[in-house]
Design a protein around this ligand. Structure first.
Ligand SMILES: CC(C)(COP(=O)(O)OP(=O)(O)OC[C@H]1O[C@@H](n2cnc3c(N)ncnc32)[C@H](O)[C@@H]1OP(=O)(O)O)[C@@H](O)C(=O)NCCC(=O)NCCS
Length: 402
């Protein structure tokens, strides 16, 4: 064991709400959601010297309003940490939180830090996608990116066609629908077995109809059947398309946080971390096929760290759209939808996707997957990112190693 190795110790999230007026968090501030999960992380880990945290790093796609004022620093005050704890914020759209974890783990490996808080938040109800954005006109006039591809759903429609045109295995609408049904079924099985209760924290929220407790993910539909998914005839992104509300991730509010620590600090504090950071890679692709990003970023991370795809025992993939998850599976020789290695306890289509928070959600699930599958050695968290990117983080099971 190299004591400068970086480890994932623990992770907590809010349940994910629907980003609309009847959603749980409609009148709750994003930074209050962040404070809630920070306090819960602290409560669950009482032996951590919280005032000695070396940095607090938070992702948010829209960095204004209740997600502005540099979340990484403001949470230090709202959660009651010492003013000595510094913080900063990061934007890589959906991979904001994942990038915070990569930066934090790299800080630890290089000796910049021993204890890191890395989180992500997105209140898509308060900050709809693209809010306040003013893209440079040259992007359009010089045809750098066709404006329609700023809409992620349109890129998912394009991906269906692109796979066929580019020698990849095609993904039909039927396969995308089957996948959506399958991850939803897996989600409810895991939910009923208490899997999600281990890392989600209930939160009291004030709503237009009074105080309530946000104690469930609102995106998933328990009554979903394959027939109802297939029967959905509204195509929000293309006339007579293939991408529907049922085979897409939703518009959600949520916050996630993780605690990262050096091996040396874990030893000193008697903390048993759940997984070791092996490495990460980010790659750009043509923005019009945004969902393809995880394929090259996964190939790159595996190559850089000397592993093969077959070395991966568990993959937590953020399926922004089912076509993208099925395309990834087929490319790497997995059998969609039921390959047990990918999203074994449900996926984003059911859980919800509050953009910058999702990467950290994947890591807390992978850590729990490792605990439940002690024989598993390597795992991957991976996601596609707006304007055509993919991010992949490699992790090694550390359960029982300390
Ligand atoms: C797809 C999207 C446009 C749908 O938004 P929406 O219309 O508000 O979604 P709703 O939940 O109201 O569902 C729309 C319809 O589909 C139906 N539906 C949704 N999921 C369903 C399911 N699993 N089974 C059956 N019907 C379903 C709803 O009942 C609703 O029908 P209605 O209009 O008759 O009431 C939106 O979720 C979206 O933009 N997703 C992508 C987000 C994104 O791009 N994220 C970034 C990724 S990189």
């Amino acid at each position: 064991m190299d004591l400068r190795d970086a480890y994932f110790v623990d992770g907590v999230r809010t349940w994910f709400g629907k980003a609309r007026p009847d959603g749980a968090y409609w009148t709750t501030r994003a930074d209050d959601m962040v404070t809630k999960i920070m306090r819960e992380l602290m409560r669950r880990n009482p032996t951590v010297p919280w005032n000695e945290v070396d940095d607090s790093i938070w992702g948010a796609t829209t960095q204004s309003g209740d997600q502005g004022t540099t979340m990484g620093r403001t949470v230090v005050f709202t959660a009651g940490l010492s003013e000595k704890v510094p913080g900063f914020s990061v934007d890589r759209m959906c991979a904001g939180g994942m990038t915070c974890q990569t930066i934090g783990s790299s800080f630890i490996k290089t000796g910049v830090a021993d204890i890191i808080i890395a989180g992500g938040v997105e209140h898509m109800g308060h900050h709809p996608m693209g809010q306040g954005a003013d893209p440079n006109p040259r992007i359009v006039t010089e045809k750098m990116v066709e404006p329609k591809y700023f809409n992620m759903g349109v890129t998912a429609e394009k991906l269906h066609d692109w796979l066929v045109e580019n020698g990849e295995q095609p993904v039909t609408k039927e396969e995308a629908d089957e996948y959506a049904y399958h991850v939803t079924k897996r989600y409810f099985k895991a939910l009923d077995a208490g899997y999600y209760h281990k890392h989600c924290v209930d939160m009291a929220v004030f709503t237009p109809t009074g105080w309530k407790v946000a104690d469930r993910d609102e995106q998933a539909r328990r009554d979903t059947s394959l027939e109802s998914i297939r029967g959905l005839r509204k195509f929000p992104f293309k006339a007579e398309g293939r991408v529907t509300a049922a085979n897409s991730s939703g518009l959600n509010d949520g916050a996630t946080v993780s605690l990262l620590m050096s091996g040396q600090k874990c030893k000193e504090l008697g903390i048993k971390p759940k997984m070791k950071f092996v490495g990460a890679a980010f790659m750009g692709v043509d923005p019009s096929i945004m969902g393809w990003g995880p394929v090259p970023s996964t190939e790159k991370v595996l190559k850089n760290y000397g592993l093969k795809f077959s070395d991966l025992d568990i993959i937590e993939l953020n399926e922004a759209f089912a076509v993208q998850a099925v395309g990834f599976m087929k490319h790497f020789g997995m059998t969609p939808p039921e390959d047990p290695r990918l999203n074994p306890y449900g996926g984003t289509i059911a859980v919800g996707h509050p953009l910058a928070s999702s990467g950290v959600r994947l890591s807390m699930q992978l850590a729990q997957d490792f605990e439940m599958n002690p024989k598993a050695k390597y795992g991957l968290t991976t996601m596609c990112v707006g304007l055509g990117m993919g991010g992949s983080m490699l992790w090694e099971n550390a359960v029982g190693k300390f």
